[in-house]
Design a protein around this ligand. Sequence first.
Ligand code: 13P
Length: 283
Amino acid sequence: MIVNSKEMLEKARDKKYAVAHFNINNLEWTRFILEECNKNQSPVILGVSEGACKYMGGYKVVADMVIDLHKSLNIDIPVVLHLDHGSSFEACKEAIDNGFSSVMIDASRYPLEENIEITKKVVDYAKKFNVTVEAEIGCIGGSEDEVTSELKTTSVEDALALVQGAQIDSLAPALGSVHGIYKGEPKLDFEKMKQIREKTNMPLVLHGGSGIDDEKIKTAIQCGICKLNINTDLQIVWSKAVRSYLEENKEVYDPRKIIKSGEEAMKKLIQEKLILLGSINQK
Ligand code: 13P
């Protein structure tokens, strides 16, 4: 089923595991992820950024593709189709209107009051369609951030204000992680994670889930992380496999063979992540 993330993340929160959010870029990636998660009977969240939506032809194309693949491949795990980092009410509305079951509104660049106001507007709209909403607060870094330890983490008060003010379903606070490749050692603020989890009782989302060592991920789950966003790790493993296939098979020009040459490596990593997060057989 294509479902919203409410039950999936609350179950993960209560049973102390995390659901993987894997970003999709095309039909093949979507199929690889769905097949591997289904094989492991793990729930999964397919994250699609606005850029990836545009690349694939728009929100409707993405929603139709995911719904059709889900059906044609006989997938029997719960799957969430989620807009990743929706930048405005309009972007979230477009995703909802076209069949996404979950959206993230990222109004974290605005002052707190404005973040709450924009997020609440998305929540009010999403509720009418049974769509869940993730919101961000604080500054989750990009790969340009040299020193991760100096990133300012979200305060417990601000996190609580957003949760209470906007009635969201899950929260992505800034806790020291960054998107993309880490330039230094990732330094996660576990104490803050625990405090935010205790005060808000929200399923917490950790963005920038690539490149963090396994022990830190396990600690983060114990501290309240229920959803781990992974994009770069899959991109690296897929492109490495494709590059080496092309080097060894210089005469190949069939795009199906080229894209597929990254399938095995990607599926192997997906399974490793599901084992790490503890979501296998939790469908
Ligand atoms: P990474 O690319 O660092 O895995 O981050 C993914 C992410 O947080 C998507 O929202």
